[in-house]
Ligand binder design. Structure first.
Ligand code: GNR
Ligand code: NI
Length: 170
């Protein structure tokens, strides 16, 4: 088990789309374990492989209070989106910023689990929002992309400055 480093916006590596997972070998299983451990440690309710600099279509999610109900989505596909609602979102790659974002209220998806078994899932509420947020990551999209250029630039400049200061003192 290992903790992975989460990339922060505006790191350009967050823009690289993930590639389809074709094998379910030891490497992928270990990566999933490490992603879960990292998500629980931070803590967050979801994590996409893109965020830990792995360009593979893998997502982990756990909305449970006890952090014992992990959902693993490999090569997730959105089958349907229904309704529209606005809710406050944050992102581990955009630390400290929370903004209202419009998403579909409900979604149905297909994915493979960590053993490569196909399944479908219908989601609403926070799970539906989180799934859309994580699939965006796999496509190189961040929630700040839905904001006005003005708001996005403000966040980009603040996080850019923070990263430069962290690099200077370390
Ligand atoms: O931990 C997270 N919380 C969250 C809250 C509202 C909407 C989306 C999220 S996802 C986020 C973790 C994360 O950045 N996953 O990519
Ligand atoms: Ni995120």
């Amino acid at each position: 088990m290992a903790l992975l480093t989460v990339l922060n916006y505006p790191d350009s590596r967050l823009r690289i789309p993930g590639v389809t997972v074709e094998s379910f070998d030891k490497g992928v299983k270990t990566l999933i374990e490490d992603m879960l451990e990292t998500m629980y440690a931070v803590p967050g309710i979801g994590l996409a492989a893109t965020q830990v600099n792995i360009q593979k279509r893998i997502v982990v999610i756990d909305l449970s209070v006890e952090k014992n109900q992990p959902i693993v989505l490999i090569n997730p596909c959105i089958l349907d989106l229904e309704g529209q609602e606005e809710s406050e979102e944050g992102c581990l790659s955009v630390p400290g910023f929370y903004e209202k974002i419009q998403r579909a209220t409900r979604t149905s998806i297909s994915a493979l689990d960590r053993n490569g078994k196909f399944f479908e899932l219908e989601a609403s509420g926070l799970l539906a929002i989180c799934i859309q947020h994580e699939i965006d990551h796999l496509n190189g999209i961040l929630f700040v992309d839905y904001l006005s250029a003005l708001k996005r630039d403000r966040i980009r400049k603040k996080l850019g400055k923070r990263a430069r200061n962290a690099a200077r003192v370390s």
